[in-house]
Ligand binder design. Sequence first.
Ligand SMILES: NC(=O)c1ccc[n+]([C@@H]2O[C@H](COP(=O)([O-])OP(=O)(O)OC[C@H]3O[C@@H](n4cnc5c(N)ncnc54)[C@H](OP(=O)(O)O)[C@@H]3O)[C@@H](O)[C@H]2O)c1
Length: 373
Amino acid sequence: MGFNLGTAFSSHPAELVVFALIVVLAVPVVGLIWVLASWYLAARLNPANLREAVAGRHILVTGASKGLGKAIAIELAKSGASVTLFARGQAALDQAVSEVRSAVLKDEQIIQGFSVDLSDYDSVAKAVASLRDHKSGLPYWVIANAGAAQPGFLADQLPTKEQPSAVQTQINSNYYTATNIVMAVLAACKASAPAAANGESGPLKIGLTHEQSKQLPAKFIFVSSAMSVLAFIGYSSYAASKHALRGFVDAIRTELMPYSVDVHQYLPANMATAGFEEEEKLKPKITAQIEGAGNMQAPEVAAKWLLAGVVNGRYCIANDAIVELARVSVNGAGPRPNFLAEVAATPLLALIFTSWSMIMRGEILTYFKKKSD
Ligand SMILES: NC(=O)c1ccc[n+]([C@@H]2O[C@H](COP(=O)([O-])OP(=O)(O)OC[C@H]3O[C@@H](n4cnc5c(N)ncnc54)[C@H](OP(=O)(O)O)[C@@H]3O)[C@@H](O)[C@H]2O)c1
């Protein structure tokens, strides 16, 4: 005699309810565990895979004189890549170039630095164009990392006669620094086969001919922030600039598809860099309280998480579990590494972030009842 599930449940309705509850609760939990396990595994960097991807290639890293950018440049040099570093301050750039050079595997790797203000399109276009005529050539990967956070309450960041608002300066620091490098690379591609501009060398796809597209990098990698998926008090100007960047990256990823250019974005949480030290001087106490003190990564570790994510084929790369869960919640039109697990985890994520938002509200109201800032 066979076992009949329907008959078993119709004679024991309470068991059916318990079974349904177990399924309803277990599926999101399994989904969540799956999402986190897959995220953790994608952050393991296999040095051989990185070497295979970048050895003998030329990689441009912006904001590479300090912090995360410098750590990425050193990791790439260790893996056999030639690296071009862009940043403004000459002294820090010279120091970084010498540190990156001392990490190379082979003497023929080119390590060079250019002092460029990435928020100024003309300067960026000139610097990228000069690479075309240089031995290094145009880059195989572009890593748009330059940026800075200027936390504070918006009421303290309004424009004055002496200076623009933080909304403006943050857009310059975090959005234009990235969009300018992409536009400068596209301009260099167009200039590489100028006759194509009037359609003489074949049809245009995404504004470029096939000949011009040969100069496109294989990858654009953007350093955004946890603040592009989770925003709160004290980060209105910064979060807006990184959200703008995320929108740009989501769109340009699809725009570059016809020429098979890969796009990735990194959403790091706090890293122990010079930039973070500057940020701390401006940060309201309530902002620091909500952020919490935990999980501060060294830039060298954060650089490995980024490169592991790139090599392991992740589009959005997070170096913090909560940020990965926030990414799943607001993924939008980007690819999902684990579609079924992410769908299964969604009800639990809604619960987690609703609770988080209620706790944050309580923290803010309690803080300002007791203190002024
Ligand atoms: N540290 C964190 O906790 C954290 C968290 C999330 C996201 N991030 C993001 O990660 C990236 C790197 O941050 P970090 O902490 O490593 O910063 P950092 O230590 O201050 O280094 C920033 C680098 O960018 C360069 N830079 C800044 N503005 C530039 C401009 N307009 N033109 C050219 N170069 C410019 C800086 O050099 P010059 O000033 O000499 O130009 C420096 O080389 C940024 O996009 C940041 O928003 C950081």
